[in-house]
Design a protein around this ligand. Structure first.
Ligand code: GPK
Length: 805
């Protein structure tokens, strides 16, 4: 957008005074931020309104992305960047005597997601708007996001995240879009008409946040729902204290579990709540514009992000049947053609199943519809596919509702999030489904926002790339490949190294202030940031660090490549193993960081409260990107793409999207180690892996593992034992010991390579140059053209689509 600096400064001062009846300079940074965010939102408000109307007027197909988590990260800088006014805002603030860094620091991060799944949803929101697709989010406005992590004596403590304390400058409360969501009570059918008795009603109130596209391509909406007591009940004095509490509870907290599932009633309530509100709203707007429900799948697409929103299927059926009075067959065809489902994990413990009696009690009409979906499914498919296949794939089994089954049966598309993951789905985890309906199965490798993770997070690198290859890559990331022409250009490589060093200095400053550790910025910055989970194997890195520690103790004079190991990870509060790994990392860090033999050679830092905002500080400083899950377990990973984009070299197993990274950069530009997926399968099938034998017969492994329990590291008696038991007593479920030597070797190779700065920088550049295909823009284009069958608004024709792997 076009605005002069002077105009901006004037607007900002006025906006501040309007809001706080005081002067800008005298405000707190939180007030300064809130007024600034509100001002930028007001700049796009008219355009936002016009785009909403245009979508409807032009009858453009709209896509609704249903996700129980979003992880948008901070809005201010990203939005200003997309509006092309980041420079003006920054300079304007400076000229007004304000500290822009303090203002951005004052923005509370909306932590309304756990990790990769939520962040992916937000990358897609950004890409959709940037490309001009009508792609809208539908989710929950949790009053408390993911807990704030505090490390106390090495332990993770969880504090509430009150991100809305100073309100959210970007949101608009739209009470006129409120809808009623019904829970409980009794339902019976009077003919085809459902009669509800004694239901417990809740109002879903919409809070809309603009999703601002790059160069203001378009402005879409992320709609987050908040639960309130129905105003009529309030006005008539019918709502009890208990009712208020029960309603408040629905959108109070985000469940803090990542890739694991618990059958809690409140979670099921959350799922139906935001799904019902979203579907009802879509249908209401159709009514307003007199579009026939029969045309629904031509006018909208509903995306089910993992199984949490799978109740969208019976909810859509409910409205088509009960309110639109369509026949079952008509309604079912429309529903299937409208809905599509993405699977994000193959972990058994993440598979959602709900006790049928619970579903029936909470949402009786929906349960009736699910039972009918199940009955017809069996009836229609048994003669074609036989009893065995049908029994293993039906939604209701042994009094449990299998959400993935419902999602697959009620969708026209089922996709995994990386090539290997999609293959595992169709050949293994969901094989029966893919045998029956192979046409539904496809892959959509994840993508990331280059704008957030490079343009905004690493502006110096952005400048350097543009200096070399011009600006085309900003909207056409695949053309970053042109950068390969500079792989032997010493001046470019040394500038690249300088930028990395500056970013390391920035991170080092943060670490000094927050951890009180002065890290050696000439050392390799080795980064492992993601949720803490046994399958992601943070404990393998821990074993590696202990191995290096012993090496240094045994060879204090050795020529050792200095390294700083950086961790960032939250553990689910009830996940004992994960929490114990955090404690042990912190205690091992304490010992190592205070040992003179390790000084400036080996340092370990656990960064507290890792999340979307810290990621933008850490990623540009990363030199080694640790992606060390057991092959076959990590669906995709997206941190791997973000660090590659910022020039880190991947240390990884052939898992998730690492496989694709590998296919782009080749073995020589990353460090591949560990068992392949087929090898893991073979060990599992034959039950032929015995970690205890390996431990007993391998002195190096034994020494490292024993150090968890022999007092080498103080204060980990219980927690060290937990990891020891996992590795030895419980047979090392994720093959950390089996992969140990291969991992250590790959790490040694990295250390050796780092000594040759030119070679390292060259590989770094090759990684950056090959990261373009992982842009979320391409991923969204593939979803749009292959699944949603949606068009962007006519504006750019210069986008080449990179083929899926
Ligand atoms: C997968 F199943 C889940 C989940 O509940 N939460 C979550 O963040 C992640 N994920 C996968 O673990 C990652 O491999 C993947 O990149 C990400 O989803 C996005 O697809």
């Amino acid at each position: 957008m076009n605005i002069s600096k002077e105009q901006f400064k004037d607007d900002y001062q006025k906006a501040f005074t309007n809001m706080y009846a005081s002067t800008l300079e005298g405000g707190s940074s939180t007030q300064q931020y809130t007024a600034l965010g509100t001002l930028l939102r007001s700049y796009v408000a008219e355009y936002w309104r016009d785009e909403r109307e245009r979508y409807i007027k032009e009858g453009q197909k709209q896509v609704f992305y249903f996700s129980i988590e979003f992880l948008p990260g901070k809005f201010l800088e990203n939005n200003a960047n997309n509006m092309d006014i980041l420079d003006i805002v920054e300079e304007g603030c400076k000229e007004l005597g304000l500290d822009f860094d303090e203002i951005t620091a004052a923005e509370a991060e909306p932590a309304i997601g756990n990790g990769g799944l939520g962040r992916l949803a937000s990358c897609y929101m950004d890409a959709g708007a940037s490309l001009g697709y009508p792609l809208h989010g539908n989710g929950i406005r949790y009053r408390h996001g993911l807990f704030r992590q505090k490390i106390v004596d090495g332990y993770q403590a969880e504090l509430p995240d009150n991100w809305l304390r100073h309100r959210n400058a970007w949101e608009v409360r739209d009470h006129k879009s409120s809808v009623l969501v019904r829970f409980g009570g009794n339902v019976y059918l009077d003919g085809f008409h459902p009669v509800y008795e004694d239901t417990d009603d809740v109002v879903a109130v919409a809070y809309d946040i603009p999703m601002i596209g790059y160069h203001l391509s378009t402005v879409n909406t992320m709609r987050l729902w908040s639960a309130e007591v129905p105003p009529e009940e309030e006005e008539e004095g019918l709502a009890s204290k208990e009712k208020y509490e029960a309603v408040d509870e629905i959108t109070e907290f985000l469940y803090p579990d990542d890739s694991s599932y618990e059958g809690k009633l409140l979670r099921l309530k959350q799922e139906y709540f935001f799904v019902s509100a979203g579907i009802q709203t879509i249908m209401k707007s159709f009514k307003r514009y007199q579009i026939s429900p029969k045309d629904l799948s031509e006018k909208i697409a509903i995306h089910i992000n993992d199984t949490h929103p799978a109740l969208a299927i019976p909810e859509l059926m409910r409205i088509l049947l009960d309110e639109e009075k369509l026949t079952w067959d008509q309604a079912w065809e429309i529903t299937i053609n409208t809905c599509a489902y993405t699977n994000h994990t193959v972990l058994r413990e993440a598979m959602e199943t709900w006790r049928c009696d619970m579903v029936k009690k909470l949402i009786p009409r929906i349960y009736m519809i699910i039972e009918e979906i199940d009955r017809r499914y069996v009836e229609q498919n048994k003669p074609i596919y036989g009893d065995e296949l049908v029994q293993s794939t039906r939604p209701i089994q042994d009094d449990y509702l299998h959400m993935a089954h419902l999602a697959i049966i009620g969708s026209h598309s089922v996709n995994g999030v990386a090539g290997l993951h999609s293959k595992i789905l169709s050949e293994d985890v969901l094989r029966d489904f893919s045998e029956m309906t192979p046409h539904k199965f496809n892959n959509k490798t994840n993508g990331i926002s280059q704008r957030r993770y490079l343009h905004v997070a690493n502006p110096e690198l952005r400048e350097l790339i543009s200096e070399c290859i011009g600006e085309d890559w900003l909207t056409n990331p695949a053309s970053m490949k042109v950068l390969l022409a500079y792989q032997n250009d010493q001046s470019v490589l040394s500038k690249l190294a300088d930028i990395k060093h500056q970013n390391k200095e920035k991170l080092a400053q943060y670490i000094k202030e927050n951890n009180g550790i002065e890290v050696n910025t000439d050392a390799i910055f080795d980064v492992l940031i993601k949720r803490l989970h046994a399958y992601k194997r943070q404990h393998l890195q821990l074993l590696h660090i202990i191995h290096l520690y012993f090496y240094l103790k045994d060879n204090p004079q050795a020529d050792f490549q200095p390294r700083v190991f950086i961790f960032g990870a939250k553990a689910a509060p009830s996940y004992v193993f994960a929490k114990d790994v955090i404690k042990v990392i912190n205690e091992v860090a304490e010992t190592i960081n205070n040992d003179p033999d390790c000084k400036d050679k080996l340092q370990v830092v656990f960064i507290e409260n890792y999340g979307a905002a810290l990621a933008e500080l850490i990623i540009p400083a990363a030199e080694i990107s640790e992606q060390i899950s057991l092959a076959g377990k990590e669906a995709s990973g997206t941190g791997n793409m973000k660090m590659m984009l910022n020039g880190a070299l991947t240390m990884g197993t052939l898992d998730g999207a690492n496989v694709e990274i590998n296919s782009f950069v080749g073995d020589e530009n990353m460090f591949v180690f560990g068992l392949r997926k087929e090898e893991v399968d073979r060990y599992n099938e034959r039950a032929s892996y015995n970690s205890k034998d390996l431990y007993k017969s391998d002195a190096k492994i034994k020494r490292v593992v024993d150090s968890l329990v022999d007092g080498t590291f103080p204060r980990i008696q219980i927690e060290g034992q937990t990891i020891y038991d996992h590795l030895i007593t419980h047979n090392d479920e994720y093959y950390a010991l089996k992969d140990f030597h291969s991992f250590v070797e790959a790490q040694e190779k990295a250390a050796k390579l780092y000594k040759n700065k030119d070679e390292w920088n060259k590989k770094s550049l090759i990684n950056i140059a090959n990261s373009g295909p992982f842009s979320a823009d391409y991923a969204v284009q593939r979803y749009a053209s292959e699944i949603w069958i949606a068009q962007p608004k006519a504006m750019r024709t210069d986008k080449s689509i990179v083929t899926s792997h």
